[in-house]
Design a protein around this ligand. Structure first.
Ligand code: PRP
Ligand code: URA
Length: 210
């Protein structure tokens, strides 16, 4: 596996992903789990955020102590399912800006189609975390990152909860400069380009549609 793929191997993540997979996990619990997993993954994915020392007066004395520096983080969910992960990262970085990229997969060809894109300003100066729980063929993720790069984004990370090997390959070949954080790599894609064993349709399970 390529150097820029980071598989987050924590028992809490593994446990929560197993709960997501269960078809008997209802919408309410599913949403909470997606958010909790995003927060746990975000904690790791953001460990290289830039910091700078500021001076703070404690009740005892003055000291120099680190805070996050630079332009505020940008979180960019891929609609719809990526929306479920935003709250988990905002819990860690409440000041983050949020952009949106709308993509849907053609049901026949499984090719991604973009229908919306709105990113925070000064995107070239921000660390950008793109989120989507599912990396199946990798088409949506690869195209979303290409779009962000075309709009000036430079410091990009991608977080996906479950990935198929086919998607990891496609993404890392398209974007060898982007770190890809994954909680679980599954076996393969089926004939409908769904991840096996996966968790089904993430958007439908988060929003209770279908
Ligand atoms: C799902 C998922 C990803 C995409 C992954 O979205 O949330 O965006 O499929 O598939 P890929 O790696 O093969 O491109 P979907 O297109 O079903 O849209 P939705 O979130 O609006 O349901
Ligand atoms: N999108 C999903 O929501 N699930 C899959 O398994 C593949 C794409």
């Amino acid at each position: 596996m390529s150097d820029n793929v980071i598989i987050l191997d924590h028992p809490l993540l593994k446990h929560k992903v197993s709960r997501l997979r269960d078809k008997n996990t209802g919408t309410n619990e599913f949403r909470s789990l997606i958010e909790e997993i995003a927060m746990l993954m975000g904690y790791e994915a953001l460990r290289d955020l830039p910091i700078e020392d500021i001076e703070v007066q404690t009740p005892i004395e003055s000291c120099h102590t680190p805070v996050i520096s630079g332009k505020k983080l940008a979180i960019v969910p891929i609609l719809r399912a990526g929306l479920g992960m935003v709250g988990g990262i905002l819990a860690l970085v409440p000041s983050a800006k949020v952009g949106h990229i709308g993509m849907y997969r053609d049901e026949e060809t499984h090719e991604p189609h973009e229908y919306y894109c709105k990113l925070p300003d000064a995107i070239d100066e921000r660390t950008i975390v793109v989120v989507d729980p599912m990396l199946a063929t990798g088409g949506s993720a690869a195209d979303a990152v290409s779009l962000i790069k075309a709009k000036g984004g430079r410091h990009i990370k991608f977080m996906s909860i479950i990935a198929a090997p086919e998607g990891v390959k496609k993404f890392t070949e398209a974007h060898p400069d982007v770190d890809l954080y994954i909680a679980q790599v599954d076996r393969c894609l089926n004939e409908n380009a769904y991840i096996c064993p996966g968790l089904g349709d993430a958007g439908d399970r988060i929003f209770g549609t279908k």
